[in-house]
Write a protein that binds this ligand. Structure first.
Ligand code: ADP
Ligand code: MG
Length: 761
């Protein structure tokens, strides 16, 4: 009998679906690639069963021709009457290879109506051979099942089915003669796909493909869906079910209404009779629920475990918050904190004064006022005799933070040091020295801070601003540099709480879900190129009111040079032709630091009316007097990025505007996608939409971290199951921490190299 551990290269020994030794090897190779096994001998039955169908087709209900209607998707059992190929498009250019149509005219057994037509294109040099092959295969009387979308064909005056993949036609044994002797088809003759080998079309397997709901697989190496279906079917039949160990406690299964693992692995491939195609297509069958839950559970369980371990770590700092420190800290803010800010600072101070190191994610929409919270926490650390560091993703932002810090700390004895990658060596050395001597208490900079392995005298708190730009920064990176400080990461990417948990790993999450008072929501409009003149008029109007304007140009990495040129040209045109009366500045990432600083400070001071910029201003930049943002080629930006950009305006009490200009082409599509920006200022909703469109890795910048790639789960679609899995993980690591089940679960998750938990005891 087969077990989950049986190597794929040995499948032929078990007589699975007439696989040859060579084919087992090919399959092992493909599966190893798919499951990231380093060697094909390591690919096993479990990996194969983890190659889930991408969709399903309902072939359980065979229709008759008289039940068809235009556009229906259905399976029909047919008998060939005539078949043959003919050339089409004779007037194609002499160089184009000839194109043929192969057509089968077939009727159902009761001849309920006129015969239907099943057809597909054939091209290429071997077209004639392929036609001959199909003519033989579909000789008069051949019984087969055709599945797909039937359309009324008025030229043929009957229903027609255009097959994309003719190999998906199931040839059945003819009912009268049991001794069906169809020789196996020579591999290379099949279809027009040169890779499509091993299509046996053995009628012995025909019943696997019909009269049921069948799985459809992505092509795997040389294996097409039909052959994979036969193989998986054979494997499941020969699998020793008792060898499939249940890895979740039975109480957990019961509580969440989940089926067993063996049953799920079988049903995910071959839906049982009592299921519906709908629940399969929507990933809600009991097999899906079980497997998705399991996938989430292991991840969340591992993360919760790591977090628990971290909290046991000794921390290097002792922070206390007696009244006087608290009072001084509260005086830093030049305004009344929102209640959300107050709540968050309480949590942070709670973390900092506890025995466990802080590892907190502070999430708050653009403009919600995260910076002041960070400064207050830093002040608390400094008052306790430690240094505090703030890392920002861009130099512009680091400079802005430094300026603010100096202002806020003006009446304190503390010094702010600014560290940037672009500084001259001697300059840098001076800053480094003042940091290591403790002369500077607050260090603000770009990633240069960790890259240069700055020696702190005693780092107590590290704040990382706009975390999503950095990807996940591991605490271990800092620790490897010899610090074990409290860590606060801040992001404006608004993601659901349970999602943040999986994305940011072992972080505690706090949210600022309230904007400072007196903000008027930004008005956003999506406009086409034809409305450009109107946009310029709007710019004049804002400038005449004493306000300032951003014009943002996209800079896409692949074509950076061209884009930069376009941005520069745009700038020149605005400066010289359109707004000669006003002061226009240009800001982009390729400029020297001094130039950038100069440009930014001119804009901050109000000297510039218009700032033409690339996305370097995307994060954090804060100029409350700016009231209009014009984004060129808005269709090229992701929604979350647009939201970030838009957040540069609307920072004062007055009405601000954002204009999303789209190129004249594709305006309709772009408008549709960008419409959400007009509808809402809620970063959360926008992020969800963005997630739907682009997928999580793209937005959160965590593609490289690997841990988020799920086999079957989808954090958006399956958010409820993620929540259930999280609750379950918390129970087993909380109330049930000392149970036998929890010990087993810990052992299992520790064994799995995916979670890097080998050292957790
Ligand atoms: P973000 O969360 O996007 O980093 P900032 O920290 O840059 O937002 O804050 C945006 C603006 O709001 C800044 O000008 C800041 O001074 C101001 N601000 C923050 N908190 C408050 C508050 N409680 N009351 C009034 N203004 C505030
Ligand atoms: Mg910010």
């Amino acid at each position: 009998m087969l077990t989950l551990d049986t190597p794929i290269i040995e499948l032929h020994k078990f007589g699975v679906s007439k696989l040859s030794a060579a084919m087992s090897r090919k399959l092992a190779m493909a599966i190893a690639g798919e499951s990231a096994k380093s060697d094909l001998t390591e690919a096993n039955v479990e990996d194969l069963l983890n190659y889930f169908p991408m969709r399903y087709e309902d072939r359980s209900n065979l229709l008759q021709i008289d039940q068809l209607y235009d556009g229906i998707e259905a399976s029909v059992e047919l008998y060939t009457r005539v078949s043959g190929g003919f050339q089409v498009g004779k007037n194609r250019s002499p160089k184009a290879p000839p194109l043929y149509i192969f057509e089968i005219s077939a009727s159902d057994v009761d001849r309920t109506k006129k015969p239907v037509v099943v057809w597909w294109f054939i091209s290429g040099r071997a077209a004639q051979n392929i036609i001959n092959f199909y003519k033989e295969k579909f000789e008069r009387g051949t019984r087969f099942v055709a599945y797909g979308r039937w359309e009324w064909d008025s030229r043929r005056n009957t229903f027609a089915l255009n097959m994309k993949r003719p190999d998906e036609l199931e040839v059945l044994p003819s009912p009268d003669d049991g001794l069906f002797d169809d020789p196996l088809v020579p591999a290379t003759d099949v279809g027009d796909d040169p890779d499509a080998v091993d299509e046996t079309s053995d009628p012995e397997f025909a019943t696997i493909h019909t009269a049921r709901r069948v799985p459809v697989y992505r092509k795997l190496g040389p294996f097409m869906t039909k052959r994979l279906r036969e193989i998986v079917f054979g494997v499941i039949q020969k699998l020793d079910r008792s060898s499939v160990e249940e890895n979740l406690p039975s109480a957990m299964l019961k509580e969440h209404g989940l089926i067993g693992r063996a049953q799920a692995l079988s049903e995910i491939h071959f839906p049982p009779e009592d299921s519906t195609i709908l629940e399969y297509e929507s990933f809600r069958s009991r097999a899906h629920r079980r497997l998705i839950f399991e996938e989430f559970f292991w991840l969340v369980f591992a993360l919760t475990l790591i977090r628990g371990e971290r909290q046991k770590e000794p921390k290097g700092t002792v922070i206390e918050m007696p009244r006087p420190i608290r009072d001084r800290m509260n005086k830093i803010a030049p305004f009344q904190l929102t209640s959300a800010q107050e709540r968050v600072i309480e949590r942070i101070i709670g973390d900092m004064t506890s025995d466990a190191p802080m590892n907190r994610l502070l999430q708050g929409d653009v403009g919600s006022g995260k910076t002041i919270v960070a400064f207050m926490a830093m002040f608390a650390a400094i008052e306790n005799g430690y240094q505090a560091a703030l890392m920002a993703p861009t130099e512009i932002l680091a400079e802005q933070h430094a300026r603010n810090a100096e202002r806020l700390f003006a009446n304190t004895p503390y010094k702010v040091g600014l560290l940037k990658g672009s500084m001259r060596v001697a300059e840098k050395r001076k800053v480094h020295e003042s940091i290591s001597s403790g002369e500077v208490q607050m260090v603000i900079g770009t990633h240069a801070i960790i890259q240069d392995a700055v020696k702190f005298e005693n780092l107590g708190l590290a704040v990382i601003d706009e975390q999503h730009r950095f990807g996940v920064l591991q605490r271990s990176t800092l620790r490897s540099l010899g610090y074990n400080p409290d860590i606060l990461v801040m992001t404006a990417t608004p993601i659901p709480r349970s999602l943040a948990m999986t994305v940011y790993g072992d972080l505690d999450v706090s949210v600022i879900d309230e904007l400072p008072p007196g903000r008027t929501p930004i008005k956003t409009v999506v406009l086409g190129e034809d409305q450009r003149d109107g946009v310029y008029k709007g710019m004049v109007r804002e400038i005449e009111r004493g306000r300032q304007v951003y014009v943002v140009y996209p800079l896409i990495e692949e074509s950076e040079k061209i884009d930069l040129k376009a941005a520069t040209k745009m700038f020149e045109e605005l400066r010289d032709k359109i707004f000669p009366k006003y002061k226009v500045g240009l800001l982009h990432g390729k400029m020297k630091t001094a130039e950038k600083e100069e440009m930014m400070s001119r804009f901050v001071s109000g000297d510039l009316n218009i700032l033409v910029s690339t996305t370097v201003i995307e994060v954090g930049v804060d100029v409350p007097n700016a009231s209009l943002m014009v984004i060129e080629h808005a269709e090229r930006f992701g929604l979350s990025q647009l939201h970030q950009l838009r957040g540069r305006v609307g920072r004062g009490a007055e009405q601000s505007f954002c204009v999303l200009l789209t190129g004249d082409k594709k305006t309709a599509v772009a408008k549709e996608r960008l419409g959400i920006m007009e509808e809402t200022n809620d970063g959360f909703r926008i992020a969800e939409k963005d997630l739907e469109i682009r997928g999580p890795g793209e937005i959160l910048g965590t593609r490289q971290s690997g841990i988020q790639s799920f086999k079957i789960a989808n954090i958006i679609r399956d958010i409820e199951l993620l929540d259930e899995a999280r609750r379950s993980a918390e129970t087993y690591l909380g109330a049930k921490r000392n149970s036998k089940e929890t010990k087993l679960l810990i052992a299992r998750v520790t064994e799995n190299p995916r979670f890097g938990l080998a050292n957790v005891g």
